[in-house]
Write a protein that binds this ligand. Structure first.
Ligand code: C2E
Ligand code: CA
Ligand code: CA
Length: 547
């Protein structure tokens, strides 16, 4: 992936996140709003039911009270006429009659078979003067109610109220086919029950429920509806919100693309400009001799020093540079700069080695050979000081040609190292076919060297193999002192890693080289002095013994 696709992917992710997060919030808010609204509507429905029932009871009770006051308290022919007149006057009253203490009808207008049925609760001495009972007769879910008023002689006047007064309050459209309304009297007598046939959800957790109690009579209306039906009312809004968020997401992506996407050629132009400006420069990481603590040389690692001073690692641009054939020019430039920067140091110290990384494409033709000749022929860095590294990570296309190029380089005196050994697919075949001089053991194996026995065995066999084939070995990525001890035990003498130094600019590397050399000389001098003192002491011993 090249450096600019990463930015693009990030932009898309951020845009999607920015646009979808509000969608969750909007959904929750809309659901809450829908449920609150449904509850308000259900409260209103409950209130209407209770209110109608209260009115029916109050009107009937006051009618019966008036009859009582007017002494219309018997089943006499005279009273029957008055009953009839009241029925005609009050549309909601279906019948009027007299009942006994147990609740059985004694007479009823209009005349009907009495059939000895109990229609009212029995009279209680301490009970209320008003009694309410329900008949089986019903209309659209509502029963006909019987309301009574106690007279003095243990009888009572009663009136049957038409179910029509109480029936039907459909409520709002979206709740209509799901909601259930029930109206009950205190003693759990059902007056009215309607709806709830299409329950989409029977889970009580998912039900909304509202209870409304009458302040005048023991009446309770219960309205229930599935929360999902309430939420359906905002379905359209949700779709709208989702569409809006999708639109916003697209907009964000479009804006992101606008800012982060540049046509291939433009990105390429920028890269080419960076090459022309000399922004790709060498850093140098020391390779140490871990026996003598002296500097063996360095590996040249490319860095992109951008105009704003930011240093970019090869992981960010190397694949792009390789895929677009920029790497050839970049490598040439880096080698030229290396000659300028460390040529003097290398001229003065002919044992130092300079490792240069090549990639598979460099082995497609002989250009690399002529490049190396052109750059180093007349420089202070000799061919014998140069090592080219070829990685095992990516396969070489044409092994035969690669072998020839390597042989030509070796004929000049350049050495060839196989990089990242153990990580690729090359393995033994590479080592033998390519005829490399040095292997570099990857950090992956060095990392576990002090703790893991099996990894030590891998390193062991690599060392053995290298010895048998007469190759040198460099351990990569050494970060800890224990690793150095183990490497020495295994017979490895060259190593590179943060334990010694990170890759650094030329100035620092030259200082590092001088400092290590001074320290090594100082160590040599002290060792020589100690040896001389020991020799002197033992000579004195010999003389003393002779005397
Ligand atoms: P490499 O050739 O295997 O280089 C070693 C990498 O390991 C370098 O990363 C180095 O900084 C890092 N390293 C060294 N010691 C340690 C250590 O102790 N701990 C850790 N964690 N890392 C250590 P860098 O410089 O980022 O280079 C990455 C890769 O980019 C190189 O891996 C090489 O494959 C490629 N590369 C760098 N410069 C060039 C170049 O000029 N040309 C080509 N073709 N590839 C290059
Ligand atoms: Ca390397
Ligand atoms: Ca390596």
């Amino acid at each position: 992936m090249s450096f600019r696709y990463i930015g693009f992917a990030k932009t898309v992710m951020v845009a999607l996140l920015l646009a979808t997060t509000p969608l969750f919030a909007i959904n929750i808010i809309l659901n809450q709003y829908a449920e609150r609204r449904a509850i308000t509507e259900m409260e209103a429905m409950g209130n209407v039911s209770v209110h109608r029932a209260e009115e029916a009871i109050s009107t009937t009770v006051s009618l019966l009270q008036r009859l009582d006051r007017d002494d219309v308290q018997t089943c006499s022919a005279e009273d029957r006429v008055i009953f009839e007149k009241q029925i005609v006057e009050h549309g909601m009253i279906d019948a009027i009659g007299l009942a006994d203490a147990s609740g059985q009808r004694m007479c009823i207008i209009p005349d009907r078979d009495l059939a000895g049925k109990i229609i009212l609760p029995p009279i209680r001495a301490d009970g209320p003067l008003v009694g309410i009972g329900m008949l089986e007769r019903s209309f659209l879910g509502a029963h006909a109610a019987v309301i009574s008023w106690d007279l003095k002689n243990q009888t009572r006047l009663f009136a049957e109220v038409t179910p029509a007064v109480i029936a039907m309050d459909p409520g709002p459209e979206y709740l209509r086919s799901y909601r259930r309304t029930e109206l009950r009297l205190g003693n759990n007598l059902l007056w009215y029950s309607v709806g709830g046939y299409n329950s989409v959800d029977s889970d009580p957790e998912a039900m909304l429920s509202v209870e409304t109690a009458s302040e005048l009579y023991p009446l309770v209306a219960t309205v229930t509806a599935p929360a999902s039906s309430a939420r359906q009312a905002v379905q359209d809004l949700k779709v709208l919100a989702a569409a809006a968020c999708a639109g916003i997401a697209l907009l964000f992506v479009a804006i992101g693309v606008w800012f982060s996407w540049r046509p291939e050629s433009e990105a390429n132009d920028e890269f080419a400009a960076a090459i022309r400006n000399g922004e790709f420069i060498p850093f140098y990481q020391p390779v140490m001799d871990i026996e003598s603590h002296r500097l063996r040389g360095c590996e040249v690692l490319m860095r992109w020093r951008r105009q704003n001073g930011v240093i970019v690692s090869p992981g960010q641009f190397m694949a792009y540079a390789e895929n677009n054939d920029h790497i050839f020019e970049m490598t040439r430039h880096m080698m030229r700069v290396a000659v300028e920067e460390v040529g003097e140091l290398y001229g003065d110290n002919p044992d130092l080695k300079l490792s240069i990384n090549l990639f598979a494409g460099h082995f497609r033709d002989r250009e690399i050979v002529s490049d190396i000749k052109a750059i180093f022929e007349k420089s202070r860095i000799s061919y014998q000081q140069i090592v080219v590294e070829v990685t095992e990570r990516h396969p070489l296309e044409d092994m035969e040609l690669a072998r020839k190029i390597i042989a030509e380089l070796q004929a000049l005196g350049v050495r060839v190292a196989l990089d990242d050994v153990g990580t690729g697919h090359g393995g033994m075949a590479y080592l033998q076919k390519l005829g490399v001089d040095i292997i570099k053991i990857d950090k992956m194996f060095i990392d576990t060297i002090s703790s893991d026995d099996s990894s030590t065995t891998i390193v062991d066999s690599m060392v053995e193999l290298a010895d048998n084939l007469g190759m040198g070995i460099i351990a990569e990525g050494v970060e800890m002192e224990e690793q150095i001890e183990r490497l020495l035990e295994l017979g490895v003498t060259a190593a590179q890693g943060y334990f010694f130094a990170q890759p650094m600019p030329a100035g620092e590397f030259i200082e590092f080289a001088e400092r290590t050399e001074l320290e090594a000389r100082e160590r040599d001098r002290m060792a020589a002095e100690a040896a001389a003192a020991e020799r002197a002491a033992s000579e004195a011993d010999v003389k003393g013994a002779a005397a």
